[in-house]
Design a protein around this ligand. Structure first.
Ligand code: NAP
Length: 281
């Protein structure tokens, strides 16, 4: 049987239609428009492309966006100062610090400076903690985007073995936590994991988030696996997709799988934040 293509581009398009209606209803009710503020430190060309795509997607749903650029040698304090000014700016409803940041920046300290009411990318320790305990919280946009994709394509998670490759705070860890909260049995792998191919072989659901192009090999996969390839490097995903696809029951294409779901989830949480912030003021 042909594997199901979990088409993030198509799903994100339909979610954007709903978000546009929500943003416009909010504008009618309050006279205000949500705004996503993006901070980028350094000149990473991929990051630049991502923030342009995010701004374009904001415009498509009728919300505002603004970008703040900092030099490659920006330090933690300068990023935190910008974040604090955005926290107190009533026009801004969502704050995104584009990652990766230059190495001298303490990225979690910067994330934790984001006001939790504006944490549209779900990166603060407070948001992660609340999400882990199934409390109301903004959630890592990529991890939540993956869960939305799985739900849309009716991929069962309860009782299934999910293997997450990668444990970054913005992707691997929150994806693992959401899968655990969705009753999957979860294994998280990283650079110190031994016998990685054997771990991967156990996966009913595999989330590849390692940042290494074509890393996951077809011979590591259990036939029928659901493959979520979150990677995007040098135009390729984190799995050797061409060879992996014949073994999958479902997979995300690269591009057009996880990426569009990240952006639409980020924008959705920016609007959700605005709904709460505008109603309070
Ligand atoms: P990251 O911060 O670099 O984390 C990579 C993780 O992979 C780390 O936990 C690392 O382990 C693990 N890893 C690296 N090499 C490994 C190996 N050989 N064996 C086992 N584990 C290994 O990356 P990230 O920000 O999570 O991003 C991961 C991927 O997702 C990248 O391709 C990125 O472009 C993509 N991404 C996509 C989206 C989207 O919207 N589609 C959003 C964010 C990221 P250690 O912890 O031991 O170092």
């Amino acid at each position: 049987m042909e594997p199901t293509v979990m088409d993030g581009k198509l799903l994100a398009k339909s979610i954007r239609i709903e978000l546009k209606k929500r943003a416009s209803a909010l504008a009618v009710r309050t006279g205000k428009i949500p705004m996503l503020a993006t901070i980028m430190a350094g000149n990473n060309p991929d990051s630049l492309m991502y923030i342009e795509m995010k701004a374009k997607n904001c415009a498509a749903v009728g919300i505002e966006s603004k970008k703040i650029f900092l030099p490659e040698d920006a330090n933690t304090q300068s990023v935190i100062e910008i974040i604090r000014s955005l926290n107190s700016d009533p026009l801004v409803t969502g704050i995104l610090l584009q990652h990766p940041t230059p190495p001298q920046i303490d990225v979690q300290a910067c994330f934790d400076a984001i006001a939790k009411e504006k944490d549209a990318d779900g990166v603060t320790s407070a948001s992660f903690g609340a999400m882990s305990f199934k409390r109301e919280a903004f959630v890592s946009a990529t991890a939540l985007g993956i869960m939305k994709l799985l739900a849309h394509y009716r991929i069962e998670t309860a009782g299934r073995h999910a293997v997450v490759l990668g444990r970054s705070p913005i992707l691997g860890k929150p994806a693992a936590m959401l899968l655990l909260n969705a009753d999957a049995t979860v294994t998280v792998c990283h650079t110190k994991t031994k016998n990685l191919p054997e771990m991967v072989k156990q996966a009913d659901i595999l989330v590849a988030a390692v940042g290494r192009p074509r890393f996951v090999q077809a011979q590591w996969l259990k036939p029928g696996v659901v493959l979520v390839d979150a990677g995007y490097n040098e135009g390729a995903g984190d799995a050797d997709l061409d060879n992996c696809i014949p073994l999958c029951s479902a997979y995300t294409p690269v591009p057009g799988g996880v990426g569009p779901m990240t952006r639409v989830t980020l924008i959705g949480q920016t609007i959700e934040a605005a709904e709460k912030l505008f109603n309070e003021n």
